[in-house]
Design a protein around this ligand. Structure first.
Ligand SMILES: [Zn+2]
Length: 558
């Protein structure tokens, strides 16, 4: 880690807004609204006053209007609903090179081919074309694009397109040949090269095998990447996201975030960065990187700060790499992939824990969850630490009641993504069955036990409303209901996406509610999410997003 990062993160510590004497006029008042402040009682008020970027008071329109001064900005909500800004506990902010095409809106293989063809023309022959965010469920053809589809679109360019979720990619023939991937290439550690019945690579490359391709893609310039990062961060504001917990920034990229926030901080959502250790290295290498980081969780300020150490025990269902205790449906010997064995994970967790880090461990399958809970149990027994808030990044396959009870007893937290139930129903129904399928991404079971949960979407798809919808409706994209008794109320879902995530990052005293004294981060919605028919939640629009009392997205008549 370069010293400059330490210096700037360090200098910025404690630079929150100062206090004003009581009785000064508000900077901004919001009146005539329906403002859910998301306190313990889920109080709804009519009006709210902001001073110095924080909530100064809440109450009736009449009470709040009494705080108006000559220069107070008055926003008439005209009955609209306001929530604390969404706090996403797990998403990936992207910095895309210019050679990359965004395939998040692709609806057919043909559409993907068209985008690739145009990018190849723009860049010229021989240049790598990369892409991101396609998902077969979204495509008319209901299948993955193949090596041959990409050959047809760009025969003279190496092409690699990463699936949504990042666990697998499709490559064309030129890309495979440049990467040296042929019928004789064995699967690398923690990766899979898919081959057809004749032993030829199909172009589908899973998990860590993707680095065989990525190693050959020329890097974009730092300026290009920073510009892209700022654009991605501003996109979050349109979704009502005012804070996020990035799901893994490698140590070398922390300075990129830090520089971007030094320049643009007040225009962006607030960031907590989980620090990802190099995944494809042996554990000793990971430990060496960890020991070289001269700070730990919490360093920073209210715009950007360091979060947990991010480790991955398994992969996901999009890459058939969730590690499970019961074999995959129709594959009696297949349990998915395990990236860190229990002893390795325990060493990493122990070292990070002793250095004062919080840990966020990726666990999709119940086998991975079990291993993570065992590792935490071991380390916490050796070296107890109150209020550690170590958490599981994902809990897709519901673990046993006994394991849930241990999670509760150990004080572990869960960063959960209800949106997966909506987007990933295809891979789930392909690979899971019975109760294991119905209970995917459990919510009610966790809240019954009092396990703290922060909600997010992990870019699948990006947007809090998908997670809020799936949390209450428990429906996949097709409308199929998955275990309705795992649903929670809309109030609980909103709490998870605000205060719940703030708890994950030790921020519940500054963010996640609109009680007086909290940061004035809020979102104005087009419809009343508290009373709307849940089937219409996805139609709700984010009218405006405010961070620290500044409107950073959308318009509100004053
Ligand atoms: Zn993720």
């Amino acid at each position: 880690m370069r010293n400059i990062a330490l210096l700037v993160f360090g200098l910025a510590l404690g630079s929150c807004g100062g206090r004003h004497p009581e009785g000064l006029p508000a900077d901004t008042v919001l009146i005539h609204g329906k403002i859910a402040i998301v306190d313990d009682a889920f109080t709804v008020v009519e009006a709210l006053a902001i001073r110095d970027g924080r909530v100064a008071a809440v109450g009736t329109t009449r009470e709040i209007e009494a705080l108006r001064g000559d220069r107070t900005r008055v926003i008439d909500l005209k009955g609209r609903t306001v929530l604390p800004g969404f706090y996403d506990s797990h998403l990936h902010v992207r910095a895309d090179p210019p050679r990359s095409v965004d395939l998040g809106d692709a609806r057919s293989v043909e559409g993907i081919q068209e985008k690739v063809r145009r990018k190849a023309e723009e860049l010229g022959p021989g240049e790598w074309v990369t892409g991101w965010d396609w998902a077969e469920d979204d495509l008319q053809e209901k299948r993955r694009p193949t090596r041959l589809d990409l050959d047809a679109a760009a025969p003279d360019n190496p092409v690699t397109l990463t699936r949504a979720g990042g666990h697998s990619s499709i490559a064309n023939s030129m890309a495979l040949s440049i990467a040296g991937i042929s019928r004789s290439t064995p699967d690398p550690p923690r990766g899979i090269i898919d081959k057809d019945e004749n032993g030829e690579p199909t172009g589908w490359i899973r998990e860590r095998a993707q680095t065989l391709l990525w190693d050959h893609v020329p890097e974009a310039t730092e300026t290009e990447l920073r510009e892209s990062l700022v654009r991605s961060l501003k996109e979050l504001l349109k979704l009502g996201i005012t804070s996020f917990n990035d799901a893994g920034v490698v140590v070398d990229y922390l300075t990129r975030f830090q520089d971007v926030y030094a320049e643009h901080g007040p225009e962006l959502p607030r960031a907590t960065l989980q620090v990802r250790l190099p995944r494809d290295e042996p554990v000793d290498e990971m430990l060496a990187v960890l020991k070289g980081i001269p700070f730990h969780t919490g360093l920073g300020n209210d715009r950007i700060k360091i979060g947990a150490i991010k480790l991955s025990v398994d992969g996901g269902y999009t890459g058939s790499a969730a590690y499970t205790l019961v074999p995959y449906k129709g594959r009696p010997d297949f349990y998915g992939s395990l990236f860190l064995k229990e002893a390795e994970l325990t060493r990493l967790v122990r070292e990070a824990h002793l250095r004062g880090w919080q840990l966020g461990v990726h666990t999709i399958g119940d086998g991975a969850i079990e291993i993570a809970v065992d590792a935490f149990a071991r380390v916490l027994e050796e070296s107890p630490r109150p209020n550690h808030r170590h958490y599981l990044n994902h809990m897709t396959v519901k673990p046993s009641e006994a394991t849930l009870a241990r999670i509760r007893a150990l004080g572990l937290v869960v960063a959960q993504q209800p949106s997966f139930t909506y987007t990933l129903e295809g891979p789930y129904t392909d690979n899971l069955e019975g109760e294991r399928l119905e209970r995917v991404n459990p919510l009610a079971s966790l809240s019954k036990l009092g396990i703290p949960v922060g909600l997010g979407n992990d870019n699948l798809p990006i947007g809090p409303l998908h997670s809020l919808y799936a949390a209450v409706a428990r429906k996949g994209k097709s409308g199929r209901v998955f275990g309705a008794d795992e649903a929670v109320t809309i109030q609980e879902a909103i709490r998870g996406y605000t205060r719940g995530s703030a708890y994950v990052t030790f921020d519940e005293n500054v963010k996640g509610s609109l009680e007086p004294g909290m940061l004035a981060d809020l979102v104005v919605l087009s419809e009343d999410i508290l009373t709307i028919d849940p089937e219409r939640i996805l139609e709700i629009e984010v009218v405006s997003t405010m961070v620290g009392g500044d409107i950073l997205w959308g318009g509100l008549e004053e």
